[in-house]
Design a protein around this ligand. Structure first.
Ligand code: SF4
Ligand code: SF4
Length: 438
């Protein structure tokens, strides 16, 4: 075991042993929480990342001993409840991840505690409902209901009723529903041009959000890729990536969703397609979370190797001279928020790199949490905290006074726009389409 701190290596996340009996054993879990909380107490590097760490440090500082042993174990879950599994503490701060002998992976420990809570039936029905994106989104998207839902989301009295019954904060930024079924037919090029790790053939995982809320992002992605000579097909019959259920700790459901998606995705990869998705969290599921949950599953590893962030894909092909740079419209000043679940993919600032190719375009990058974080910004009990987390980002966007702003994560973009009191943000792929004039 290595005991070095402060190196420049990418973090080494270890597989999640979630099928062992020990994983949800109460005594074992609480012992591990105590051990890790003690290390965090002496370190405190992550205090600014989310509310989990301030909650922990307040519990310690308010205790009689000023140490973890003075904290009531019944309060440990208060720390867990503030974690939205952004992974930033592990990927950007923690020097004690394996191979360090202390072997700390804070997000995985939070996930284990969430899975424990779920296994004991300690999860609220409302949380189970709003993380059932496949069912809920399909129901709301039904013609007739969609219109009523969109209208109700703007009426104060309806929102107050929603807060009382389902626990969605009356001011939380809700997405609009405008479902679109995409044409599955791919465009065919007589010759596809592989380069580096990309095949030049892409299957788009439209995601729940892309299908039900902002299909225009999918259309923009398809247009930009096809303009650059990439064959594009749409993946039909996919299910939710599983991220909402992962954040709830419902790991058996994550496995079911994985089992539904695997044959569909595998079929595309076997036919030479790479896969992209416009939402960083959905990409991260296939690039990191599922491979760590199912390290022995060769199909998952195969899909992981074929999965790309859209801008990672475009930059890789630009380096090989396969991307058009005949941009027609400069974007001026762009305030760009890099989403946490994209940052932790360890691919570098690819969106900023690509947008910076557009002439007369100056990009200011903002690398802080937007506060949306899955359902964290929607829930009545955490909405105010989410707004507090969002404030520095909103202030930086205001200060930048940019011509346009946006985030790779459309939910983060909506949260920032909500904080700013403006219209929706623009997804970077939509900015690129606009710059191409296509
Ligand atoms: S994973 Fe994110 S939300 Fe959870 S404790 Fe770490 S920084 Fe906070
Ligand atoms: S997760 Fe790691 S870096 Fe963050 S406070 Fe704990 S020990 Fe320190």
């Amino acid at each position: 075991m290595d005991i070095k701190e402060g190196n420049l290596q990418a973090p080494d996340r270890q597989p999640l042993d979630w099928k062992t009996p020990d994983f949800c054993d109460q005594e074992s879990l609480y012992n591990e929480l105590e051990r890790v909380f003690d290390v965090c107490h002496t370190c405190r590097r992550c205090v600014s990342l989310c509310d989990s760490f301030p909650t922990l440090f307040d519990l310690i500082d308010d205790s009689e001993t000023f140490e973890v042993d003075g904290v009531n174990k019944n309060d440990y879950m208060k720390v867990v409840d503030q974690c939205f599994l952004c992974d930033l503490c592990a990927e950007t701060k923690c020097p004690y991840l394996p191979p360090h002998e202390w072997g700390i992976d804070f997000p995985h420990l939070m996930l284990r505690a969430k899975a424990y809570k779920f296994s004991k039936g300690q999860t609220k029905w409302m949380d189970r409902l709003i993380t059932s994106t496949d069912k809920v989104f399909r129901a709301i998207s039904t013609a007739g209901i969609r219109h009523i839902a969109n209208r109700a989301s703007t009426i104060s009295i309806a929102r107050k009723a929603l807060q009382k019954t389902i626990g969605i904060h009356a001011e939380a930024p809700l997405p609009n529903f405008k479902r679109k079924k995409f044409n599955k037919d791919s465009n065919k090029y007589t010759e596809t041009r592989p380069c580096d790790k990309t095949t030049g053939k892409v299957a788009v995982f439209v995601t729940c959000y892309g299908e039900h809320n902002e299909p225009s992002i999918i259309e923009d992605l398809v247009a930009v890729f096809r303009y650059n000579g990439i064959e594009v097909a749409i993946i039909e019959d996919s299910k939710c990536c599983g991220m909402p259920k992962l954040e709830l700790g419902d790991l058996n459901k994550v496995e079911k969703q994985k089992d539904s998606n695997l044959p569909v995705f595998s079929d595309f990869v076997n036919r030479g397609y790479d896969i992209v998705a416009p939402i960083p969290s959905c990409v991260l599921m296939f690039k990191q979370e599922l491979p760590l949950m199912f390290p022995e599953d060769k199909e998952i590893q195969k899909i992981k190797n074929a999965f790309f962030d859209p801008f990672e894909y475009l930059v890789s092909r630009h380096k090989a001279g396969l991307i058009k740079t005949d941009f027609k419209e400069p974007l001026g000043t762009v305030a760009y928020h890099s989403a946490c679940h994209q940052r932790v993919q360890n691919i570098g600032a690819k969106t900023k790199e690509f947008i910076s190719l557009i002439p007369d375009t100056e990009v200011t990058s903002i690398d802080r949490c937007s506060g949306h974080d899955g359902t964290y910004a929607l829930k009545a009990e955490t909405y105010d905290k989410a707004m507090k987390i969002a404030r520095p980002v909103v202030n930086q966007i205001k200060k930048a006074n940019a011509d346009t702003f946006g985030s790779d994560c459309p939910m983060a973009g909506r949260m920032i726009a909500h904080g700013e009191g403006t219209d929706n943000a623009e997804h970077p792929i939509s900015m690129v389409r606009r710059a191409y004039g296509i």
